[in-house]
Design a protein around this ligand. Structure first.
Ligand SMILES: Cc1cc2nc3c(=O)[nH]c(=O)nc-3n(C[C@H](O)[C@H](O)[C@H](O)COP(=O)(O)OP(=O)(O)OC[C@H]3O[C@@H](n4cnc5c(N)ncnc54)[C@H](O)[C@@H]3O)c2cc1C
Length: 429
C-alpha cells in the first residue's frame, strides 16, 4: 500500500497482479468478493438471531467495562481492549493486530501486534486515520501463534477474504473484533487540524482525535495535537470548519459504496452508544453485538463477576445508536448506486433506488458526496500553494449549504425552507 497525493493509501504492485482474479477476490469492495452475508453465514451458522442492519448475532448490549483501567483508556467504554485482553489472559491468543501511534518519522498511526496487556492498552482509542494490514499480516505469516485482529468492517472482511486464499492466515488469525464505522478519513484531516489550530503540520508528533474528558459529553469530540517541543494544542470538532462527521470531509471514496455499518463478519462488534443518556456521559459507553460463542461466554462471565457493566438491549436499540450511519448506507447507498454509470459496477446488498427519496434528502446525499470528493482536491491545492484559506474558506461555504439542508440552520436554511414550501404548494395544487 502506498500514499497518494490526497493522503490516502492505495494498493500498488505489478498491474498483472492488481488485475488478477485472486486480487479481485481479495479486495473487500470488489464485485468479485464474497459478500458479508455469505461470510457471516459460514462463520456463524448457529447464531440464533438475524437483523437486516446488524446481520447474524447472538446478543446485543449497552454499557462499559467496570474493571479499571479499560474505560478511562478507551475511546468509548473500553470494551474492545477488554475483550482483546481477556482473550490473551485466557490463552486463546498470543497477539492482537491493532492500531498504535506511529514511531517518530513514521505515519501517525499504524497496525502493530501487541503481545501483552500494556502494549494492548497503549494502542487503545479510535484513530480515524488511514492504516494498512500488509506488514502485520507478513509478521503473522512469519511467526506461528494465534492472533486476534481489530478492524473496521472492510478490514475485517478483507481479513476473511485473505484467509480464504492463505491457509497460514486462516489457521493463525482466529478471532475478529470489529469496530462500527461511519467512514474513514484521509491523512489530510490532520493537516486541516494543524491549519485550524494555528500550528505547522510538520511539527505535529502525535494526534488524538477524541481527547477523553469524563466531565464533557462523549459526543463533543476534541482534536488534540502534540508538537515537537512537547507543547499541545486542541479544539473541539464543533468549532472546526470540517468537524461535522456527517458532512463527510476527507471521506475515502470507497466508503460511498459500503453497506456494512457494524462489522457484520466480526465475532463481536463495538460502537459508541450515540443515544441519550449515553451520548452525554463523558466516560464513554459502548454498544456491543456478539456473534461467536466464545465471546458470548467471556461477556456472560465478565458480567456475572461484575467486571463488565453491560445491559442486554435489542437490535433496534443498537441500530438507533447508528441512525445516521444506516441512512447513509441504506437509503443513501441505494441512491448513490443509481449514479454509477461507468467503470467497475459495485455489487451491493442494497439495490439501486432513487424513487421515494425526497428532493431534500437527495440533495443532502449529493452535497455530502461532493464535499467528500472535493475536500481532497481543495486540501491538496491549499497545501501545494501554501494557502490554507483556499481549503478552509471552501469548507466553511460548503458546510453552510450542508447545514442548511440537514439542520435547518445557518445562512442557507431560509432558502431551502422556502423551496420546500413552494414545492409543497405545487404538489398540493
Ligand atoms: C474509522 C472509524 C470510524 C468509526 N465510526 C464509528 C461510527 O460511525 N459509530 C460508532 O459507534 N463507532 C465508530 N467507530 C468505533 C468507535 O470509534 C470506537 O472505536 C468503538 O466504540 C470502540 O471503543 P472502545 O472504547 O471499546 O475501544 P478501545 O478500548 O479504545 O480500543 C479501540 C481499539 O481499536 C483499535 N483501532 C483504533 N483505530 C483503528 C483503526 N482505524 N483500524 C483498526 N483498529 C483501530 C485500537 O488500536 C484499539 O485496539 C469508528 C472507529 C473507526 C476507527
Amino acid at each position: 500500500m502506498e500514499w497518494d497525493d490526497y493522503g490516502q493509501l492505495k494498493p500498488t504492485g505489478p498491474a498483472t497482479h492488481r488485475r488478477s482474479e485472486a486480487f479481485a477476490r481479495l479486495c473487500p469492495f470488489s464485485p468479485e468478493a464474497t459478500n458479508e452475508d455469505a461470510i457471516a453465514a459460514a462463520r456463524f451458522p448457529d447464531a440464533p438471531q438475524h437483523d437486516a442492519r446488524l446481520g447474524r448475532y447472538t446478543s446485543c448490549h449497552v454499557g462499559a467495562v467496570a474493571e479499571a483501567p479499560f474505560r478511562e483508556r478507551g475511546s468509548s467504554g473500553g470494551m474492545v481492549s477488554w475483550v482483546a485482553a481477556e482473550l490473551m489472559r485466557r490463552g486463546e491468543i498470543d497477539g492482537v493486530l491493532h492500531v498504535h501511534p506511529g514511531t517518530p518519522g513514521q505515519p501517525f498511526f499504524g497496525y502493530r501486534i501487541s503481545r501483552n496487556e500494556d502494549e494492548l492498552l497503549a494502542g487503545a482509542r479510535s484513530r480515524y486515520h488511514p492504516v494498512h494490514l500488509a506488514e502485520v499480516l507478513d509478521q503473522v505469516r512469519a511467526t506461528p501463534g494465534r492472533y486476534a485482529v481489530v478492524g473496521i468492517p472492510c478490514f475485517i472482511k478483507a481479513v476473511h477474504l485473505a484467509r480464504a486464499q492463505d491457509p497460514v492466515l486462516a489457521e493463525r488469525i482466529t478471532h475478529m473484533l470489529g469496530l462500527f464505522c461511519g467512514h474513514m478519513k484521509s491523512a489530510r484531516f490532520v493537516q486541516s487540524f494543524a491549519w485550524q489550530l494555528g500550528v505547522d503540520h510538520d511539527r505535529v508528533r502525535a494526534v488524538e482525535y477524541r481527547l477523553k474528558d469524563a466531565n464533557r459529553p462523549a459526543n463533543w469530540y476534541t482534536a488534540h495535537l502534540t508538537l515537537d517541543d512537547g507543547s499541545t494544542v486542541q479544539n473541539e470538532w464543533f468549532h472546526l470548519a470540517d468537524g461535522d462527521w456527517g458532512a463527510g470531509y476527507f471521506q475515502n471514496s470507497a466508503c460511498n459504496f459500503c453497506d456494512d455499518v457494524v462489522a457484520e463478519t466480526a465475532d463481536v462488534s463495538f460502537g459508541d452508544a450515540w443515544v441519550e443518556p449515553y451520548s452525554s456521559d463523558g466516560r464513554g459507553t459502548n454498544v456491543v453485538v456478539v456473534r461467536a460463542p466464545l465471546i458470548q461466554r467471556l461477556i456472560d462471565e465478565g458480567r456475572a463477576e461484575g467486571r463488565l457493566d453491560l445491559q442486554p438491549v435489542d437490535a433496534d436499540f443498537v441500530a438507533d445508536t447508528q441512525a445516521a450511519g444506516f441512512r447513509q448506507r441504506r437509503e443513501g447507498l441505494a441512491y448513490r448506486l443509481t449514479w454509477a454509470k461507468r467503470g467497475i459496477r459495485p455489487v451491493k446488498r442494497v439495490a439501486p433506488q432513487a424513487k421515494g427519496i425526497g428532493w431534500r434528502r437527495k440533495l443532502v446525499y449529493r452535497t455530502r458526496a461532493a464535499i467528500s470528493r472535493d475536500s481532497h482536491r481543495m486540501a491538496w491545492l491549499a497545501a501545494r500553494t501554501g494557502r490554507p484559506q483556499l481549503y478552509l474558506g471552501w469548507a466553511r461555504r460548503t458546510y453552510a449549504v450542508y447545514e442548511g439542508l440537514t439542520y435547518d440552520r445557518g445562512r442557507f436554511a431560509p432558502l431551502f425552507s422556502r423551496i420546500e414550501r413552494v414545492a409543497g404548494r405545487r404538489k398540493d395544487g
